[in-house]
Design a binder for this molecule. Structure first.
Ligand code: ADP
Ligand code: ADP
Length: 224
């Protein structure tokens, strides 16, 4: 499995060129997209998640044409936005079960199994009966991961996940990400160098909509 992004450009109506001829080949494993605020990270993440269309370019996930075969991509896509929108009155277990139904896991026994496994993996099993409104930022992000992992996505998009987390929660969260599948493409966008250095096998640096550099994290830090 490989994600191929070719010559992707995007301008917004206000004239901002958020992506300028972006090309990247992203293998399975953890890939870091590093850049300052306003660099174009979210625009690229939302584009990969089929939430918006670029003006030009092509994107392929294996054989799937991401821009033309949205249904096929969405079936194998996990997306964790910057802030996971919370339904404060829902219990974690119930909401995850509900999202599992939406993902097409209709068999009840199978769903129970999937939900339990994900709650354990994200360290939320003990608090599964609690309402999301009482969760800390870190717990919410981990819940977001559980949702994003439903259906074993081959493409997992994680957009600035550590922004609102305290240091202890950040470490927990990054450890969780590092356990994720080696067979899927996991893209982590962040402005924090350490997030990438600690986790990713490859990375790119983006600034003002352009890819400045693509490398192994250590190599990139030396070149900077
Ligand atoms: P980020 O932290 O990724 O830079 P922002 O806080 O800039 O995100 O943007 C948050 C939301 O506002 C996004 O949905 C983005 O599409 C939208 N947005 C950002 N900048 C503008 C802008 N200049 N005009 C309109 N919408 C914007
Ligand atoms: P990042 O995630 O790296 O902070 P974004 O992709 O959010 O970057 O933003 C890239 C540029 O595009 C910024 O200048 C931002 O203000 C602008 N932008 C983002 N979303 C919108 C939008 N919906 N409308 C207009 N401008 C936007």
């Amino acid at each position: 499995m490989e994600l191929r992004i070719r010559n992707v450009s995007k301008s917004y109506a206000n004239g901002v060129h958020a992506l300028k001829d972006v090309s990247l080949t992203i293998p399975a494993g953890m890939y870091g997209l590093l850049g300052p605020n306003g660099a174009g990270k979210s625009t690229l993440m939302r584009t990969l998640a089929t939430l918006q269309q670029p003006d030009a370019g092509s994107i392929h996930l294996g054989d799937i044409d991401v821009l033309r075969e949205q249904e096929a991509v969405r079936q194998t896509l996990g997306y964790l936005p910057q802030e996971f929108g919370v339904y404060p009155k829902a219990r974690a277990e119930d909401l995850l079960d509900y999202f599992a139904i939406l993902k097409g896991i209709t068999n009840r026994a199978e769903r129970c199994q999937v939900v339990e496994a994900l709650l354990r993996q994200t360290n939320l099993w003990e608090v599964r009966r609690q309402k999301l409104g009482g969760f800390s930022g870190g717990m919410r992000q981990r819940f977001g991961v559980a949702v994003a992992l439903l259906g074993k996505p081959q493409l997992l998009i994680v957009d600035e996940p550590t922004a609102g987390l305290d240091p202890a929660e950040r470490v927990r969260f990054l450890n969780l990400l590092s356990e994720l599948g080696e067979n899927s493409v996991v893209i982590l966008s962040t402005h924090i160098v350490e997030d990438v250095a600690e986790l990713c096998t490859r990375m790119a640096i983006i600034n003002q909509g352009r890819i400045l550099l693509e490398a192994e994290p250590l190599q990139a830090v030396q070149e900077l």
